[in-house]
Each structure stands twice: as structure tokens, then as C-alpha cells.
Design a protein around this ligand. Structure first.
Ligand code: 9YT
Length: 133
């Protein structure tokens, strides 16, 4: 059994914040945990606008606090995101996430992240072969 405590992840190398500072991802489970998925507790900071296209991964995101919106880039449709709303990028959907207030999101990735990925120019994470950290 694996037990993780967010308090121990804060400030460790399992806490990832990109250079633009738009989000902070606390990686609770990663590839090396051998669960078949990774799970993150991610803060999307107020005012952020993040363009993403996880072409190599499926991601489900469950909002537990804060408010914002997600835009489907292909269709232009926008959906309000707040506490209790989940979105699943089952078609590797290109999207833009906008945070009105800080949003706390529980994110699950399949295949799992190794922990070292950063968004590329498309807003994607590469597929990485590694035991992770
Ligand atoms: C919601 C979302 O996709 N945010 C970007 C960060 C990513 N979820 C992560 O690595 O935790």
C-alpha cells in the first residue's frame, strides 16, 4: 500500500511549477508507483490561461475548488468549471483552461507521467521512458 501526504510533497521535486508560473502540480502518484496512471493535485493560479494538447496522454480533471472555464479549441465550446465538475479529454482534445479564481484540480494521466515532463510548444507532455524519480 502506498500512503502519500501532500504536506511532504510541497517543496519537494514532486512539486512542479512551470517557468510561466501559471500552475503548480503536486504529483501524488507517478509512473514508478506502477498504478498504470499518475495522479496530481494541481493548482491553476488565478488569471492563468493555459493552452494544452495532451496528444500522448488521456487526462481526467476533477475540480474541487475555484472557478474558471475550459474551451474546446476544435469546436469553440466553453464550459464553466467549478467545484464538483469533471472534464475528461477522451479525444486528446486541444483546449484552453482559464482560471478566474485559483482552481484546485485532481488530475489523472494515462499513461502515467514520470514526473519530469514539461509542456512543449503544443502544450503537450512527451511520452517518456524512465523509471521516474
Ligand atoms: C489541468 C491541467 O492540465 N493543468 C496543467 C498541469 C497538469 N495537469 C499537471 O501536470 O498536473
Amino acid at each position: 500500500m502506498i500512503i502519500r501526504n501532500l504536506r511532504e510533497i510541497r517543496g519537494s521535486d514532486h512539486e512542479v511549477r512551470p517557468e510561466d508560473g501559471q500552475w503548480t502540480s503536486r504529483r501524488l502518484l507517478l509512473k514508478h508507483d506502477d498504478m498504470g496512471f499518475s495522479m496530481h493535485d494541481t493548482l491553476i493560479h488565478a488569471g492563468s490561461e493555459i493552452r494544452m494538447w495532451y496528444k500522448n496522454h488521456l487526462e481526467a480533471v476533477y475540480c474541487v475548488s475555484g472557478e474558471g472555464e475550459i474551451e474546446d479549441i476544435e469546436t469553440g465550446e466553453k464550459y464553466l468549471i467549478s467545484d464538483g465538475i469533471l472534464y475528461a479529454l477522451d479525444k486528446n482534445d486541444k483546449h484552453i483552461l482559464r482560471a478566474v479564481s485559483e482552481m484546485r484540480m485532481i488530475c489523472v494521466f494515462n499513461p502515467p507521467l514520470t514526473g519530469r515532463e514539461v509542456h512543449d510548444a503544443d502544450g503537450a507532455y512527451p511520452l517518456m521512458e524512465s523509471t521516474g524519480s
